[in-house]
Design a binder for this molecule. Sequence first.
Ligand SMILES: Nc1ccn([C@@H]2O[C@H](COP(=O)(O)OP(=O)(O)OP(=O)(O)O)[C@@H](O)[C@H]2O)c(=O)n1
Ligand SMILES: C[C@](O)(CO)[C@H](O)COP(=O)(O)O
Length: 388
Amino acid sequence: MTFPLKTIALIVAAGQGNRVGGDVPKQYRVVAGKTVLAHAHEALASHDAIDGVVIVVAAGQQDVAQALLGEDVQVVVGADSRRGSVHAGLEAIAAAGGADIVLIHDAARPFLPPVVVDRLLDALMDKDGAIPILPVADTLVRGAGGLMENTVDRAQLHRVQTPQAFRFPAILAAHRAWDTAHDATDDAQILRACGHDVILVQGDERLNKLTYEQDFSRVQALLAPVFVTRVGMGYDVHRLAAGEPLWLGGVLVPHDRGLAGHSDADVALHAIVDALLGALGDGDIGSHFPPSDPQWRGASSDRFLAHARDRVKAHQGRIDHIDLTIICEAPKIGPHREAMRARIAEILEVSIGQVSVKATTTERLGFAGRREGIAAQAVATLSLPALS
Ligand SMILES: Nc1ccn([C@@H]2O[C@H](COP(=O)(O)OP(=O)(O)OP(=O)(O)O)[C@@H](O)[C@H]2O)c(=O)n1
Ligand SMILES: C[C@](O)(CO)[C@H](O)COP(=O)(O)O
């Protein structure tokens, strides 16, 4: 829906995060590639109905917040309590011309589904305030001195989240009227103290506040990408020719002939390249390095392998293992096996234990048996994000 009223998001980020601890306040910790505050800001700034964002930070953190979020954001200095920080933000909005609607949000709730904002704004059509809530699932009891007292009826109890949405003039007046001798843990109770109704709308588990260290562990686990194993297979053959150097497995092998081809014709590296591209579903060596393209004439196959490695990285993947088999009558591969493993591991940026190099003859049968050429096949095992 379109929302023609001027709507400002106010994010409070002036807390110290004492319950989490750590070197920096929790809103400046990085989760899923961005600070907690940047996630909260992005969720609100990207919502169609929101016209501007005001961030409340602790004294001395204005420059950090401005650098993090950009110049479009208005940064305001907060107070010692959350309530005081919200009030400072509301006064700054009023001083800048006011608004029709304000969404007051904790920076410490970084993952805000847009549908929650939609529900809140829809609810504000009828009332001056709306808050997202979730049911309480556990039994609730009072306790004293380590002993259980009475059980509290949970049927009418809810967990309250943010953002909390308000008609701006109503919440500003309510904050101004609040008796500051008492604190308030949220803004809806401040509005209600002035006699306004507050509508309850459905919240979202993803919006849970990062309050304790275990909350960070929980979201890190939830956000960790799920990897799947993908296997690719590569095969290549090149002709042996007099007067050519023999590059095999990234190593210059002394031999009476070498492999002929458009590039250096390192059949072993070519097979690995195709195995990697195959596991990615990303074409083959010919589609990345067309033989018709003169720039690859005589090129070292190291470059092709490094390119395939970078394609794996671009998919956020990881190379788990390479199993290479070289098929030839001569030269003997055994004396060069460790050098090949080391060179392949170096190019792929994996450990040597992740690279296997094997060799076999074809019992003098076929082109390899007649020493006309060398074949290689490779199997690559990758871990890729599930949706890659
Ligand atoms: N003086 C304060 C206190 C809190 N907040 C903000 O209010 C939100 C909710 O508060 P809470 O989770 O309690 O954060 P902290 O006060 O930082 O945490 P703690 O109580 O553990 O110190 C947070 O985004 C926090 O930055 C604020 O702007 N100003
Ligand atoms: C505003 C709030 O997030 C709603 O649940 C909550 O009351 C903040 O409480 P805190 O003690 O300041 O974390």
